[in-house]
Write a new protein. Sequence first.
Length: 247
Amino acid sequence: MRRRQVGIGNGLHRKNLQKNFQQKGDSMAANELEQLQKQMDVFKTNLQEFAQKHRKDIRKDPTFRTHFQRMCTNIGVDPLASNKGFWADLLGVGDFYYELGVQVIEACIMSRDNDGGLTDLDELQRRVKAMRGIQSKSDSNKISEDDITRAIKTLKPLNGGYEVLQIGNKKLVRSVPKELDKDQAELLLLAQKTGYVDAGMIKNELGWSTERTNTAVQHLLQDGLAWVDSYGDKDTYWIPSYFLSGQ
């Protein structure tokens, strides 16, 4: 009986220890959470002060604006995610990018019949600057490539397919829901130096069969991403996204 009592006593003691450890752990976690909340409050206050102090620079200077956006991204703050809240009231940053996004849509629509909804990013930036009346690099209301890219991200909820694509050394803006297939991307990459592709070039550079080549170029033509120029028995497929922007 005594051994059994000792065993029961040990079990109760062990349970009490576990309970005490649990309570201590909960208390430590609560203290750490409280300290973290205080740190976040201090951080938000400092960020607000910084943003207020440099409000004009953030609105006017694209380089400063880019650095500010990257700083926010690095610390997990997204000014574009709160257009109706703190950032909109403080900076109008959300409004700036949403307005720019509308102009991006207009600029893409302007050339969609010609380029099939695949526009060179530099050309798109030029059009948006023209729409905003920006005449020179010294203009105080500058728009950077980073601004255009961020504005395009704000269009994602529209499900219009707006996205920046990296094709080789060029950035193209897609403004239609349909995605490029692998062969289309290969042909666009091949056409970067000349602005066009033809069957001979495709066979020499990519080693494709005639059937694969015909299917791929037909898809480009159907999607409006290429124009065909027929001379004799040779077809040349020009990529308007390239030659309309001067490559």
